[in-house]
Design a protein around this ligand. Sequence first.
Ligand SMILES: NC(=O)c1ccc[n+]([C@@H]2O[C@H](COP(=O)([O-])OP(=O)(O)OC[C@H]3O[C@@H](n4cnc5c(N)ncnc54)[C@H](O)[C@@H]3O)[C@@H](O)[C@H]2O)c1
Length: 240
Amino acid sequence: MSGELEGRVALVTGAGQGVGAAISDALEREGATVVRTDIKGTDVTLDVRDEDAVGRVVADIVAEHGKLDIAVPNAGVAFVKPLVEVSLAEWRELMAVNLDGVFVTAREAAKVMAPAGKGAIVNVASVTGLRSAPLIGAYGASKHGVVGLTKTLGAELRDVGVRVNCVCPGFADTEMVSSHAQELTDAIGAPVHDVINARQGRLGTVEEIANTVLFLVSDRASFSTSNAYVMDGGLYGALV
Ligand SMILES: NC(=O)c1ccc[n+]([C@@H]2O[C@H](COP(=O)([O-])OP(=O)(O)OC[C@H]3O[C@@H](n4cnc5c(N)ncnc54)[C@H](O)[C@@H]3O)[C@@H](O)[C@H]2O)c1
């Protein structure tokens, strides 16, 4: 541990397990004070679909710590279904978490970071936000949205000193993947882990994703904003 985030205050959504928990652990190891939020399993309960609640949590952080330096809108959900079978209700339910939730969290964080003239936001997108994602098309569309809002928010905030980037992981070893593995296997007619191994070698670990986020929130990434960082074992680059 180098303590390079000593004195910084961070907000992470969806921090109860998986990627969000690993990001929170990594930020804490580097000395940051981390407010872990989730719809379940954390001290601070926060449903990112609740716009007012997101605003209240950010206001509480500023009231208690005097500032917010780092925000990681990470909460996300997924379901397996070809796009032509997705109902508008299912689509909206997913977008409410994956796109609206990231937008509102990043916006509320930016509102307090901009007047302070500093801050780093890292949205958790996905490699499916950069390429097609058959069978998880609603999820992929939401992640394309996250990449898009990252680019523009970063551009809008660049000159006030707030950096906004996103991380685009490939398949990682979390409940999000394990809970849909059988469905994906049935849908593609081959063991999904064989397909993943063929495309990216193995599942990524949550620590590997957290390391990318750690870099992006740190001063080592001082010249980076509006960017999407792929961390995927070669999945994005593979033609087949
Ligand atoms: N696991 C992967 O392969 C992978 C790949 C690329 C991107 N991602 C992204 O990483 C992020 C974390 O996913 P994960 O793999 O850790 O999944 P996960 O299912 O293990 O964890 C997601 C967390 O989000 C929380 N959550 C769900 N809905 C919420 C809501 N409305 N408000 C607040 N919290 C809510 C859950 O309670 C859970 O703790 C997601 O945005 C996901 O899309 C994951």
